[in-house]
Design a binder for this molecule. Structure first.
Ligand SMILES: *Cc1c(COP(=O)(O)O)cnc(C)c1O
Length: 469
């Protein structure tokens, strides 16, 4: 890194007496702050001039990789194009300055946004009612499962506590079911990567009266369209269970088919995935839950206010910018891009499940296993070339999963550039495996110990000093 400020903490740049601000004259003279709420000693704050502060944080921000810096083919999480117009809409002061506790009749505009968005989501999904309260997909799953649990209890069917979850499911599915107090029953995948109907029939005949629901993601986390949904929904409905649709992968379905028409009763949508909003690092999100007619009385109270409003604002702007006709192009373009990458790389990366995928697909590491270069090494080496790594080691069905999702809006040039680099890394793995194994070489920090960082995070300056002592 060529910047001399790089690598220092703001505290280390501090010089006693330096200032980058001046406070306005005290307009409340004569008003004394009560002693008991004052600090006992001076706050330990860094003292820096304005330019040092600006440069420090600007440099830090440039060490971060985002979808605005470069290609970000993260599968399952859909870090997609976030049109800047959406940011402008979400930043309108009339919306930004709303308070969740202000009287409803002073927030009619915000209410109109939510009503319009609900109507559009109903049209796109074929379900009848949505709640916007959940703050993320996982929160939506919990909310949706609570709807299902409430419904079964209302029918006097207290014993319905089993939730069938495919072995390819995202980890939040079983986690949400567990948090909801339900029991997880895993259904296997076939060698083609789809739900194994024979295994499902076995589970249904064993557990029938105890089945609360089955959760499904479609296209599933391998990027494959589950072709047997009609058979599956019939099996589950016939034994009295409900169908839950994990809508994290809704984007390739937009305008083409609808979960409601396929027999799903409850679903969540990840507005921050399918309908834009940059969401790296865990937020912000919105996981509205939709239900078919008759289930809306069972919505639980999962948050005190109205949900993450500016994410809704971005989703509305995204859908309205595309319009009815163009929203249908999202799926085919994302699918084309994914298949193009898959076909261009499958001679050097191991493709465990061949055939057409939807918006994303999974490789099982490099084809040539003799080099010892792992998926982790490939992901780290990609950083040197200025690409964000794909999703790695998920789904758990393969040892060396490398899950690539290009989204619909990347240009052919960008995609070709990525393919060329992936091929080059495969070459390097053969000719100079040690170099790939020790990547990244060109990033501000080299390979970090993920486990140590998670187990022993150092998040305050003070702790750093204490640890040094
Ligand atoms: C991202 C994702 C979730 C969880 O959504 P969050 O918004 O991250 O909580 C659930 N299922 C699938 C398939 C996902 O990709």
């Amino acid at each position: 890194m060529n910047n001399r400020l790089y690598g220092k903490l703001i505290f280390e740049l501090s010089k006693e007496g330096r200032k980058g601000y001046s406070l306005p004259r005290n307009r409340f003279e004569g008003y004394e702050i009560p002693q008991e709420i004052c600090r006992g000693q001076e706050a330990q704050m860094p003292e820096c001039d304005e330019m040092t502060v600006v440069r420090h944080y600007t440099n830090l921000s440039q060490n971060n990789f985002g979808v605005d810096n470069g290609f970000y083919p993260l599968g399952s999480c859909t870090m997609k194009y976030n049109p800047k117009i959406n940011e402008e809409m979400a930043a309108l002061p009339q919306f930004q300055n709303l308070h969740p506790l202000q009287p409803d009749d002073t927030a009619e505009g915000a209410r109109a946004v939510m009503v319009m968005l609900e109507r559009l989501l109903c049209q796109l999904t074929g379900l009848q009612h949505f709640t916007f309260k959940p703050y993320a997909g996982a929160h939506g799953e919990l909310t949706g499962l609570m709807v299902i649990d409430n419904y079964h209890r209302s029918q006097g069917e207290w014993q319905r506590k089993k939730v069938i979850v495919p072995d390819s499911a995202h980890g939040t599915n079983p986690a949400s079911a567990a948090v909801c107090g339900l029991e997880i029953v895993e259904v296997k995948s076939t060698s083609e990567g789809l739900v194994d109907l024979v295994d499902l029939e076995r589970l249904v005949s064993q557990e029938g009266p105890n089945i609360a629901a089955m959760m499904m993601t479609n296209p599933n986390t391998l990027g494959l369209f589950e072709r047997q949904i009609p058979e599956i929904t019939k099996l589950i409905h016939d034994c009295g269970g409900l169908m839950y649709y994990d809508g994290a992968n809704l984007n390739p379905m937009l305008g083409a088919c609808r979960p409601g028409d396929m027999g799903f009763d409850v679903m969540h949508i990840n507005l921050h995935k399918t309908f834009s909003t940059p969401h790296g690092g865990g937020g912000p999100g919105s996981g509205p839950v939709g239900v078919r007619e008759g289930l809306q009385p069972f919505f639980p109270v999962v948050s005190p206010y109205h949900g993450n409003f500016t994410v809704m604002m971005r989703a509305l702007a995204y859908i309205m910018t595309l319009g009815r006709d163009h929203v249908k192009e999202v799926g085919p373009l994302a699918t084309l891009n994914a298949n193009y990458i898959k076909e261009s790389l499958k001679d050097v990366y191991e493709l465990p499940i061949s055939g057409l995928c939807k918006h994303e697909f999974v490789f099982d590491g490099l084809k040539d296993k003799s080099t010892g270069v792992t998926t982790m090494d490939v992901a780290k080496r990609l950083l040197d070339y200025g690409y964000h790594a794909p999703t790695i080691y998920f789904p758990l069905l393969f040892h060396e999963s490398l899950m690539i999702e290009p989204t619909e809006n990347e240009s052919l040039d960008t995609i070709n550039g990525f393919i060329a680099v992936m091929r080059r890394i495969a070459e390097e793995a053969k000719n100079n495996p040690e170099m790939v194994k020790s990547a990244p070489h060109d990033t501000p920090i080299g390979r970090v110990d993920d486990v140590l960082a998670a187990k022993h995070p150092i998040v305050t300056y003070k702790q750093l000093i204490n640890d040094a002592d």
